[in-house]
Structures are given as C-alpha cells and as structure tokens.
Design a protein around this ligand. Sequence first.
Ligand code: TYM
Length: 328
Amino acid sequence: MTRVLSCIQPTGAVHLGNYLGALRNWVRDQHDKDVFHGIVDLHALTIAEEPGVVGEATIELAAMLFAIGLDPEVATVFVQSHVPEHSQLSWVMECTVSYGELSRMTQFKDKTAKREGKFISAGLFTYPALQAADILLYDTNEVPVGDDQRQHIEITRDIALRFNHRFGDTFVIPDAVIPTAGARVMDLQDPTSKMSKSATTDAGCVMMLDDPTAIMKKFKRAVTDSDSEVRYDVAAKPGVSGLLDILAAATGRSPQDAAADYTQYGPLKADTGEAIVALLEPIQARYRELIADKGELARLLSIGAGRARVVASATLQRAYDHIGLVRP
Ligand code: TYM
C-alpha cells in the first residue's frame, strides 16, 4: 500500500493556506493509503522563545487535525518529539547533506530575512535535515504538501539518493504531491506573497477558527486590481486571481471556470467568503468539541506515537546497520 507522510508545525493557528494546500488532501488519502501525519514540535523550536507556547499549540493543532476529519482509527497522527528516532536520524541526515545545499534553501533565506535583528538559530539552517529524517523514517512514497515545500522534498530526495549510494539501499525515494488547486494560497492583502502565519498583518490571512463575520470582512477587504475585469491572470491580476484560486479550491472548479461567472469584484469577494464560511463552519464545531477534552487528545496522540515508533525505529536501525555502527 502507498505510504504517505506529511507534517505541520505547531506555530500559531492553522490558516486556510495550510488547509487548502495540504491538510484536506491528508484527509482525502486516509482510506486508500497508509498515512502518517506529524505535528512537528521540534521544527517549531527553530523560532521558539518562550516556555509553554509550542506545547499549547501542539494540543490545539491535534484537535484541528481530528476536526478536519483525520480518523485516528486509520491515520497515524503523532507528535514529533514523542518519536525520538526523528532527532536521531536527523543527525545522520546532517552528515549526509552539504553546507552548500543547505545554503541554497530559499526558505532559509526568506526566514532569516524576516528575522533581521533577531536571534537566528543554527536549527533554522539545518531544518531540512530534520525534515528529511521525518520523511525517510517512514519509507514514504508520497508527501502531500503545498507548493512552498517543493524544495524541501527535493533536498530530501537528494539526501536519500546520496545515502543509498554510499551505504547501500536503505531509504525509499519520496515524491512530493502538490494539489492542482490550492497549492499556493495567497495573502488577501498582499497577493504576491503566500498566505502565512508570519505575515505582518492578519487581515490577509484567514484562520481556520475565524468566525463568519471576520471571514467575510477579510474577503470584502481583499486587495484587488485597479481595473474592474474579473479574469484569471496571476501575473497581471494577482489579487483577483488569488480570490479565484480560493473559490476554485473550495468549490472543486478551475479558477478560469469560476471567473466566467463574474463581471464585478464585489460578488466575487462575497461568494468566495461565503464558500469559505460554509467549508469551515462544520470543522469549527468539531474543533470546539475536541479541544474540550484534552485528556482524550493526549490519549490519541500516544496511540499515534506508538504506531509511528514501530516504523521509525526499524528504519533508524536499518540506517545505522548499513552505515556499520556497532550495535549496543
Ligand atoms: P508548515 O507548517 O508551514 O505548513 C503545513 C502545510 O501547509 C502548506 N501551506 C500552504 N499551502 C498552500 N498555500 C499556502 N499559503 C500555504 N502555507 C502553508 C505547506 O506547504 C505544508 O504542506 N516544513 C514544513 C513542515 C514539515 C514537513 C515535514 C512537511 C516538517 N517535516 C515532512 C512534510 C513532510 C512546514 O513548515 O510546513
């Protein structure tokens, strides 16, 4: 059976870009494929500065993952720090990737640019090695992610191929699976940047837990273009195209198709807002139930960690054996 792995960081609240770009595809796959999904709290440490914040976000994220429909009976949902093999294989990955390769990562350049004048951890630089460990530990065939993760999957493939060449066939070579609609959800206020938790203002970022009034307001205020033609043209009309992308992803149509229904920006904004409210309302209701029982969430995460460790520990041992490390 095809093995799927993908992860999300517990840094701030989940937004619409995470959902349309990645999370909803995790739910779609869970009955046909063997799926593993990690809440990668160790990745979040690359920018963590205060005690308690990552832990709280981890529990909230777990509630959100079950609220969108991941079924703990079939999907293995775990917390990265509960599976120590991630840190252990990460060191091996750091020794298999080069300084030059890590220096070329666009996410490292973007993230350090945004943190100008702030502490930049070495972990922010070696981050892709930990991500490679996350993926390779599970003999992963497919990694469903948004477009911004493309380079991280590429470097994981390069690391796996290099390791296999040096030490013999050890790791499965994974493929990125990027959706046709929703792969790059753009910021509503700055439509040439992707929607992101780290944006300077939250007016352009729709959160999964925003109430209907807030959602409608964000869409009504979305930046569009100076003329008034509704047409899908990402280069010339990024604002309108961003809205059409969201509407298309929410309604299962193509953005070009959706554009044909509109001659004015106002109705396009209102309909996109309404489509997102309808999509998120049931998720929000389930989230409220799940977050009320933190004991149950902890129990589900501990079952997930147990299942994840069975696979991860076997792969780590295989990697150590192929390198020729002496067993204890
Ligand atoms: P993270 O936590 O930033 O985002 C989680 C997922 O959401 C997708 N995404 C988007 N998709 C479309 N439009 C957007 N505006 C948008 N913003 C975010 C991301 O592509 C991602 O799929 N490095 C990863 C976490 C990670 C990981 C892994 C992923 C760690 N280990 C192993 C896959 C496999 C990250 O920071 O994602």
